[in-house]
Structure formats: structure tokens, C-alpha cells
Design a protein around this ligand. Structure first.
Ligand code: FES
Length: 88
């Protein structure tokens, strides 16, 4: 098992999980809000196309959670990105 945190909360997931898979496994289905209406977002396409699943990982902003493999000790945070125009 890999240990990681989400917004400071310690969690575990199987080795080989994506960040999105690890969050889902822990019952977390949304981790971002839309800019205007603050609607919850998590995984939508699951293949790196829609950018709904953005998170910050170890200080790196706007990471697609569905594509990033989780590493032991990762610090995953609710995305500070507010949308495509704000991505680094
Ligand atoms: S869920 Fe669509 S890019 Fe990650």
C-alpha cells in the first residue's frame, strides 16, 4: 500500500493507482469546483481529455489526477487552479 494525504488527511491506496483512483478508493468523488457556479468536479472522462480532475500534487499545480500515478508520500491538495486560463 502507498500512503498519501489529501488536504492534509492521511490515506492509503494500492500501488499502481492513479491519484484519481486513490481518491475514489477512499470515497472521495469530487475535489475541485467550477469557477462560476462552484459545482463539484472529480473524474469525468478518466483519460486525460476533460481536465475536470485537476489537483495539486506536492506543490505542482493543475495535475490531471486521472493520469498521474500515485507515489508514496504524495501530498495531494484540492486544486488551486480556477480553470484552463489559470493553469501554470
Ligand atoms: S477525468 Fe478528464 S482529464 Fe482527468
Amino acid at each position: 500500500m502507498l500512503r498519501f494525504s489529501f488536504d492534509g488527511r492521511p490515506l492509503e491506496a494500492r500501488e499502481g493507482s492513479t491519484v484519481a483512483g486513490a481518491l475514489l478508493r477512499n470515497g472521495i468523488v469530487s475535489w475541485r469546483e467550477t469557477r462560476g457556479r462552484h459545482r463539484p468536479r472529480g473524474v469525468f472522462c478518466g483519460i486525460g481529455t476533460c481536465f475536470d480532475c485537476l489537483v495539486d500534487v506536492n506543490g505542482e499545480r493543475a495535475v490531471r489526477a486521472c493520469l498521474r500515478l500515485l507515489r508514496d508520500g504524495d501530498r495531494v491538495m484540492t486544486s488551486s487552479s480556477r480553470g484552463a486560463g489559470d493553469a501554470p
